[in-house]
Design a protein around this ligand. Structure first.
Ligand code: UD1
Length: 301
């Protein structure tokens, strides 16, 4: 059985990867419990509580065949408050794992980047060749992690793959966290019979991708050698208006609430959606339609 290390395995994406992989691989989680979405793991999964910057993390890389690196400082606002903390985690933490990978014989190192690396879109849909001009320390640190991954592939042959997720949603995102995504917020508001609050006029768009589709892309990344040394967008290739999203959620709950409009967030990106031709070319097929994904969300899936 393949041995897979999932850093950040208690987080939003990592925990779904654990669930998907634990029956087909020997899964170990490395997590420092800084933003856990759950406290338990499926039977048979080993959890090590430590930091990606530790010596222990390096040893764990050496003990596994595949590394999926989702652990990160994930708050954009947090990165603006403390860029050094952000860089320590997202740049040096990644580098620490890569250094171990350099002297190991792992078959894959999957790095979770972010669509934040693109900054303000210059054209749509956003393909992987789109200029990368991050607008936050978070975007810069994620891009830096990517560059190290690609460099370690070219210079040292470490089999890295980088994934750039667009707006991932899942019920394992804590709605009370001020930095959690719009879907978690709207769900929580409408469920409690409160108005979903839209910042701006609601015409802005995003590419909402179910965590389950992102997990399937990671599975492809583990198996497909053509993905090595490459970067892939993880989205759906479609865009949804924020006001339409609010309407769908109101509909699903059959709630008697109206949308509330507030001032646009400063620096908010107006339109964003991915070009996923590159991922499609290696077999990625996002299957979860937004309405279905939102219904599954309500059922906690
Ligand atoms: C997302 C990421 C961010 C990343 C950025 C660029 C999340 C939570 N954030 O930000 O880390 O840097 O992509 O790739 O995934 N909105 C409302 N009402 C709300 C909350 C949000 O109207 O209660 C609006 C926002 O103004 C925005 C849209 O919904 O226009 C999406 O917001 P959000 O889910 O926070 O994600 P991004 O801004 O796309």
């Amino acid at each position: 059985m393949q041995k897979i290390l999932i850093t950040g395995g208690l987080g939003q994406v990592g925990s779904y990867l654990v669930d998907r992989l634990c029956n087909i691989a020997e899964v170990t989680v490395l997590d420092n419990y800084s933003s856990t979405t759950r406290e338990f793991v499926p039977e048979g999964v080993k959890v090590v509580r430590d930091d990606i910057l530790s010596q222990c993390a390096r040893e764990m890389v050496l003990q596994n065949d595949v590394i999926i690196h989702t652990a990160a400082q994930i708050s954009v606002a947090g990165s603006i408050e403390d860029p050094l903390f952000d860089a320590r985690n997202n740049v040096f933490g990644t580098l620490n794992l890569l250094e171990a990978a350099r002297s190991s014989d792992i078959s894959r190192f999957v790095y979770f980047s972010s669509a934040a690396v693109y900054g303000n879109p210059e054209y749509l849909p956003i393909d992987e060749a789109h200029p990368q001009n991050p607008l936050s320390p978070y975007g810069a640190s994620k891009l830096s992690g990517e560059k190290y991954c690609l460099m370690y592939n070219k210079a040292f042959g470490v089999p890295t793959v980088c994934i750039r997720p667009f707006n991932i949603y899942s019920p394992r995102q804590n709605p009370s966290n001020p930095y959690s995504g719009v879907i978690s917020k709207f769900m929580e508001q409408v469920k409690n019979n409160r108005s979903p609050v839209i910042f701006g006029d609601g015409s802005q768009t995003r590419d909402f991708v179910s965590v389950h589709d992102v997990v399937e892309l990671v599975l492809l990344a583990i198996e497909n050698n053509r993905m090595e040394g490459e970067v892939f967008n993880a989205g759906t290739g479609t865009s949804t208006r924020i006001d339409a999203l609010a309407e769908v959620i109101i509909d699903i709950y059959d709630a008697d609430v109206h949308i509330e409009f507030k001032d646009q967030r400063s620096g908010d990106i107006i339109h964003s959606y991915s070009d996923i031709s590159k991922a499609r070319s290696i077999g990625y097929r996002p299957e979860v339609k937004l309405a279905d994904g939102l219904k599954a969300f309500i059922n906690g899936q």
